[in-house]
Design a protein around this ligand. Sequence first.
Ligand SMILES: [Zn+2]
Ligand SMILES: [Zn+2]
Length: 166
Amino acid sequence: MNDQFEGGCLCGAVRFVATGQPKWVAWCHCQSCRKHSGAPVSVFAAFERTAYVVTKGGITKFNSSPGTRRGFCGKCGSTLTCESDRLPTETHFHVGAFDQAARLPPTRHIPPRSACCGYTWATPKLEIRDQSPPAREPGKVYSAASLIGSTGLRLPGGRSNRLAGS
Ligand SMILES: [Zn+2]
Ligand SMILES: [Zn+2]
């Protein structure tokens, strides 16, 4: 069905299904989300708690700050959710936890002072370079050096790593 979004953790111990369109899909840049995910930016899809069911296992919760709970798989550690007492009817899913995350493109950035994850940005927002070059042919493995070299990026020390003939 088109209006169902299935997802789960890396090891498969936790599975869930959300039904209907999310209330919003947005980037969060806060330090709390960074620490929980290990990523510089997180993207969340917000669903009403009545709009999804956990179909396998259970989401383990951690109180990351007063009134905010971070959900993860207790077996493999995958980051899964964020819930805040300030938005008591919503669960925010890390979009990468969905099997088809590309169906949930983010449309805005959560402002620095928001009720979303109950956390005020303590660090500068990471600028997203949407014009980053594609990784060329799908399925073919490239070395990091060849990819960096092909963009002509300057390496520390001022050397250009552009490869001869690329
Ligand atoms: Zn797991
Ligand atoms: Zn956040």
